[in-house]
Design a protein around this ligand. Structure first.
Ligand SMILES: [Zn+2]
Length: 363
């Protein structure tokens, strides 16, 4: 009935069953005989089965795995089909209720059902948040991006509590002690002492890699929250990992962001300023913006191109504007011949006369 691999792996027929009894070190065969007996006698209760075992999933199961397992097993063990295993159906339902709720799941992982119940009564303390920064460029904020961030955090090891995994539990050791205040009476005096309570659980440090979604149009210093993903302590609800976006541009520094708009310096020659120009500008996502003029463009003029600014965050179809700030590159100097040539230009002479008329009052 028992597999030869016991006690590292206990198998009853084809199904692995594990009892949650805190940090017990009772021989597997003893527990399994008890389970088998209790099952036959109809004494087994849903809460005796570990939630992950009940749903037949791994510790690393994601939300979709949990849903899938629940759907499959709740049909398989429905009391209409299996009246003798009603306890198992209850266990599956209870397991799903806890593991499908991320907050309950982390409480269960770190302190079992006891902690889940304490949290329901508001008796569970919140742990500290972890703050990290992830560098992003303006192009990332324009296009949207996926970035990896790493956070070093303590985790409470479920495996150590149940079945130590020699490979994964290499770095596991006792979790940090907790402290509480205790009154003691000595010589008719009450003394208040800080008492250290060593942890019964095992913890280890782990580097967690997070996938940070940088949304289109996100801002510098925007924060992305990973709820309850910070360091774990038994009987505590973990804080959040808060990832802040930090602008750190190297390339494409020509584009400047002003709210949802962008500014870009456009340099043109004196000839282009007078006669017109054509330009192709490579945007932050490499698409080309064409701009042209067939008339006079002034130094410092701003050419606004609608819809070519930053994407508006949370409104995917909306964009700000792109302002091209013109600077005219004047020649440093002309030769004597060139000066004569320019002075002889009819168009400039006419312009001078117009100007003179409008400045009649000047001396
Ligand atoms: Zn461990």
């Amino acid at each position: 009935m028992l597999s030869p691999a016991c006690p590292s792996r206990c198998v009853v027929q084809t199904q692995a069953l594990r009892l949650r009894r805190g940090k017990r070190r009772i021989g597997c065969s003893l527990i399994l005989r008890a389970v088998a007996f209790a099952s036959l006698a109809g004494l087994l209760h849903s809460s005796d089965l570990d939630h992950y075992e009940a749903l037949e999933i791994d510790d690393a199961a994601v939300e979709a795995d949990i849903k899938k397992a629940y759907r499959k097993l709740s049909i398989k063990y429905h009391p209409d089909k299996n009246p003798s295993e009603a306890w198992r159906f209850d266990a599956i339902r209870e397991a799903y209720e806890v593991l499908s709720d991320p907050k309950k799941r982390v409480l269960y992982d770190t302190g079992g059902m006891e902690t889940v119940k304490q949290a329901e009564q508001g008796k569970v303390q919140a742990g500290d948040n972890i703050q990290i920064e992830v560098p992003v460029t303006l192009a990332d904020l324009y296009r949207g991006a996926q970035r990896k961030a790493r956070a070093r955090r303590r985790i409470v090891c479920r495996r150590c509590r149940q079945r130590r995994d020699p490979e994964k539990c290499k770095g596991c050791g006792a979790c940090p002690s907790t402290f509480h205040m205790q009154n003691t009476l000595r010589n008719n005096m009450i003394y208040r002492n800080r008492v250290e309570v060593p942890s019964k659980e095992d913890c280890r440090m782990e580097t967690t890699e997070l996938d940070v979604a940088v949304e289109q149009g996100a801002n510098d210093k925007d924060r992305v929250f990973f709820k309850n993903q910070a360091s774990q302590m038994p009987g505590q609800i973990p804080g959040d990992i808060i990832v802040s976006l930090k602008r750190s541009d190297t390339g494409n520094a020509k584009f400047k962001r002003v709210g949802d708009d962008l500014r870009f310096p456009l340099e043109i020659s004196l000839r282009e300023a007078m006669l017109g120009f054509k330009r192709r500008i490579r945007h932050l996502d490499d698409h080309i913006v064409e701009v042209s003029s067939e008339s006079v463009t002034r130094h410092g003029q701003v050419i606004r191109i609608g819809g070519e600014g930053m994407p508006v965050k949370d409104t995917p179809s909306a964009f700000g504007d792109l302002d091209l700030v013109v600077s005219v590159n004047f020649p440093a100097q002309f030769t004597e011949n060139e000066r004569k040539e320019i002075a002889g230009l009819q168009a400039l002479s006419r312009f001078d006369e117009d100007q003179a008329r409008s400045r009649r009052d000047e001396l």
